[in-house]
Design a binder for this molecule. Structure first.
Ligand code: NI
Length: 424
């Protein structure tokens, strides 16, 4: 079935300006983009934009813990370590596979309705997360969060992560699997070496929290790049470092297979600090954008993350040009897709996957938007309230308040029951 977006604006993180076009989607991909002045191609379904709709790439939430929707609001306004140790970890002990399944689906409702088509998730009971993802038809980069604990726990978690990869890596083109060592302070160096050896022998990437707080940098005890090199993390097929607030942009970390994940709202809320994003961008280093879990953000809304990233660094650096709207749009889409092994995703190009967001521009705050300034309007004036539809592989997963592949009422009820059970 072919869907025609007739007379819509398109923009993405690679364009200096938007274009007004007809865009045809067929067999899951963008198959034709022609100027809106030309005769539109025929299609089974036509969405008439009349120059009042935009089509942008679906967002890739490059770092989250989806099922933490069930923990939202717990331990608000406390420092990271206290928050983890006294509020989060004890409640996580009570999570069952079913609770994680419904918590993840609840997160997916939030993400789809705000334009996210793919998310990178680090948690546990990831078989159930994969099941939720495949059932919905969304895309996800999944890893099992690996932490030390009682004897044998790390080894079991690594095996669990390998089993997950064997079962789900590449499945239906919707899922990629990474290894998920949690952080330097929860995984001993020897176990990290085991994990990176496993990543290399299985051809898997690694998703890792790194230098979220200043205390973590002090406790590391060695130069951060030396730590990454000594543990083998720089030699794995690809590496995503969530937060990297205290990683020095002047350090000689190679960029070939490393992406930093910026989580500005979570870092602000937990008082962790501000990543030196302008310096990384200046250097041309890949940086993607993520929300982190719903209990430290507390939204799973990439519009909010884009706007925060675009504003925060201007103020902190007293420089209104250091992070542009195009930069954050690219970080919120293409960079995350590339970082987790999803090719031909994150730009509006012929032949690329039709993972798209339909944006309603027929609203007061878009008056004056045109080809020249649309990306700026989206980032600075737009919000997730403008999302009219979210499509993955050419299929609507969210459209005008409805979720064609998900039972949103049941999910919300089950997630509510899970929340009650774990906080009782
Ligand atoms: Ni995190």
């Amino acid at each position: 079935m072919a869907t025609l977006f007739k007379d819509v604006y398109i923009t993405d993180g690679s364009r200096a300006k938007a274009e007004r076009v007809h865009l045809l989607v067929s067999k899951g991909r963008i198959t034709e983009i022609i100027d809106a002045g030309q005769t539109p191609p025929s299609a089974d379904k036509i969405i008439s934009g009349r120059g009042k709709m935009a089509v942008i790439p679906g967002f890739v939430n490059a770092h989250t813990h989806a099922a933490m929707t069930l923990l939202r609001g717990l331990g608000e306004e406390s420092p990271l370590m206290e928050w983890l140790q006294t509020k989060i970890w004890p409640v996580e002990e009570k999570l069952t596979p079913d609770y994680i399944y419904w918590g993840t689906l609840s997160a997916m409702l939030e993400m789809l309705s705000t334009g996210t088509t793919c998310f990178a998730d680090m948690y546990f009971e990831m078989d159930r997360v994969a099941e939720a993802v495949l059932g919905a038809g969304m895309k996800a980069a999944l890893c099992r969060g690996i932490t030390a604990g009682e004897p044998g726990k790390i080894e079991r978690s690594i095996q669990n992560n390998i089993d997950l990869a064997e079962k789900y890596h590449g499945r239906e083109g919707l899922i990629t699997i990474q290894l998920g060592p949690h952080a330097p302070y929860t995984v001993p160096v020897e176990a990290m070496k085991n994990i990176t050896d496993t990543a290399k022998s299985h051809g898997l990437g690694v998703h890792f929290h790194f230098l979220e707080t200043e205390g973590e940098l002090q406790n590391l005890g060695v130069d951060p790049v030396k730590y990454l090199a000594d543990t083998g993390l720089l030699d794995v097929p690809y590496l995503t470092l969530a937060h990297a607030v205290y990683l020095d942009p002047k350090s000689d970390i190679p960029s070939a297979n490393v992406t930093l994940i910026h989580n500005p709202c979570s870092n602000l809320k937990l008082g962790s600090g501000i990543m030196p994003l302008p310096e990384w961008l200046e250097r041309g280093f890949p940086v993607a954008l993520g929300t982190d879990g719903a209990s430290s953000n507390n939204r799973l809304d990439m519009w909010e993350e884009m706007r925060t990233a675009a504003l925060l660094h201007k103020g902190a650096n007293r420089d209104p040009v250091c992070v542009t709207a195009s930069d954050v749009l690219r970080m919120a889409t293409y960079e995350g897709a590339k970082a987790y092994g999803f090719s031909q995703k994150g730009m509006i190009r012929e032949g690329w996957f039709a993972d798209l967001v339909l944006v309603n521009l027929d609203r007061p705050h878009y008056i004056g938007a045109n080809e020249e300034n649309l990306t700026m309007y989206l980032v600075y004036a737009g919000s997730s309230a403008d999302v009219a539809g979210t499509m993955v592989n050419g299929k609507w997963l969210y459209r005008n308040g409805e979720f064609p592949t998900l039972d949103s009422e049941e999910i919300t009820q089950k997630a509510r029951e899970a929340r009650e059970a774990i906080t009782k």
